[in-house]
Design a protein around this ligand. Structure first.
Ligand code: GLC
Length: 417
């Protein structure tokens, strides 16, 4: 009899398939294509209405001379990331792989090789999970445009073409861990035949996780650029840029600091989600220096504070006047967005057995009053240069008595009338 746990369609199989993702917390998104040569983000072709006869020849300049995916993957691993998602084809329509279906591809560019194959191999070699972004929309494809202008025959051709090219992508590169669709706009799920498309993908890739951007729910939700950690009853991943652009844009120096990235990561973790953080390599394939530095610094921070970020799925509680709080078993981690050298926690129910600064191990003094737990002995200034995390070891599961804070009788004495 077949073991149902190995069947990704069974409930247990579904849980097994998602297991790594629910613990991953941090991944690298990579936007790389011909647009990188222009250095004005990945929407340049559309926003600047660049004529096709000017845009397509960019492929002749795309040499990928500094493309070393093993270095990308090393950087991701050292940053504490567990998976990578590369734009195999963005809206411009250029395919990074050796496609037999679309001639506008890397083998026919100045690079003259299958760049996707090198990526997949490099990501696996660094022990990370392999994700492929695929844009359903295609600015270059005449049928994509004609189809939604009302030409039914063009639309049907485009849909057949889409199913064929996704089949190709899912067939030739071994196990793919994530398929990350984008730009389903302009057609309906019925027109995409999304259910059929994904059934085919799952046939070819039984372990794959599929995002929700082909208009079907699938495995995980994809909030973009904004984050509110609310407990939702399904896996999610927030995607975010490191500066303000997805594609390479050297003029955009509005980078997030390592501290902002750490806080976003902690907030995602507190809500049981992942952060897919983007880099935009230049036209030669190099990840900008500034992005590398930020990721290295976040990676160092994660080494010091790993246990506060990586634990399995769980939801936060509302002890967050200082910043995000993550919990794991009988442990609580306070990520001090607002650094304080005296911390007062209202209404904590379990007793604190031990309190310490996670990255230095320094123990703190604990005082207990009926409604308050007070931690003192913290250094004057934040001891972790990126973000200080306090580790509380409790004698029971983290819980908070809200009643004691908002109106408990021992806190707000009832005054005689
Ligand atoms: C936005 C951008 C698109 C990018 C995507 C990533 O929708 O317009 O270019 O690929 O975000 O989620």
């Amino acid at each position: 009899m077949a073991d149902p746990t190995n069947n990704p369609r069974s409930a247990q199989g579904h849980a097994n398939r998602l297991d790594w993702f629910l613990k991953a917390r941090f991944g690298m998104f990579i936007h790389w294509g011909l647009y990188a040569l222009l250095g004005q983000g990945e929407w340049a072709m559309n926003r600047q209405r660049i004529p096709l006869d000017e845009y397509l020849p960019l492929a002749d300049q795309f040499k990928a001379e500094n493309y070393r995916p093993r270095e990308w993957a090393k950087l991701a691993r050292q940053a504490g990331m567990k998976y990578m998602v590369l734009t195999s084809k963005h809206h411009e329509g250029f395919c990074l792989w050796d496609s037999k279906i679309c001639k506008f591809n890397a083998v026919n560019s100045a690079a003259k090789r299958d760049l996707l194959a090198e990526y997949v191999e490099a990501v696996r070699a660094e022990g990370l999970k392999v994700g492929l972004y695929y844009s359903l929309g295609d600015w270059r494809h005449p049928d994509w445009f004609a189809g939604w202008q009302g030409d039914d025959a063009a639309r049907e051709r485009f849909m057949d073409w889409t199913h064929d090219i996704v089949r190709e992508l899912m067939s030739n590169y071994g196990q793919i861990d994530i398929l990350w669709y984008d730009l389903p706009q302009n057609y309906t799920p019925m027109q995409w035949r999304s259910v059929e498309l994904n059934a085919m993908v799952r046939q070819l890739q039984p372990q794959i996780l599929i995002n929700n951007r082909a208009y079907t729910t699938e495995d995980f939700a994809t909030p973009e650029q904004h984050l509110t950690a609310i407990p939702v009853n399904r896996p999610w991943e927030i995607c975010m840029t490191l500066n303000d652009n997805w594609g390479y844009c050297p003029a955009d120096l509005n980078y997030k600091t390592p501290r902002e990235v750490a806080l976003t990561l902690a907030t995602a973790s507190a809500g049981g989600g992942n952060l897919l953080l983007n880099v935009g390599p230049d036209g030669t394939g190099r990840i900008p220096e500034e992005s590398q530095k930020i990721l290295q610094s976040v990676g160092q921070w994660l080494k010091r504070n790993a246990q506060a970020v990586y634990p399995g799925p769980r939801f936060t509680i509302s002890f967050n006047q200082w910043g995000p709080t993550t919990i794991d078993g009988f442990n609580m981690y306070l990520h001090l967005k607002t650094y304080q050298n005296k911390i007062t926690i209202g209404g904590l129910i379990p007793q604190v057995r031990r309190a310490s600064i996670l990255s230095t191990g320094q123990e703190l003094t604990i005082q207990r009053r009926p409604t308050q737990t007070i931690l003192t002995g913290l250094p004057e200034r934040s001891p972790d240069e990126v973000l200080t995390v306090i580790h509380l070891e409790l004698d029971g599961p983290p819980d908070q008595d809200i009643g004691r804070i908002i109106g408990g009788a021992d806190f707000f004495p009832v005054l005689p009338a």
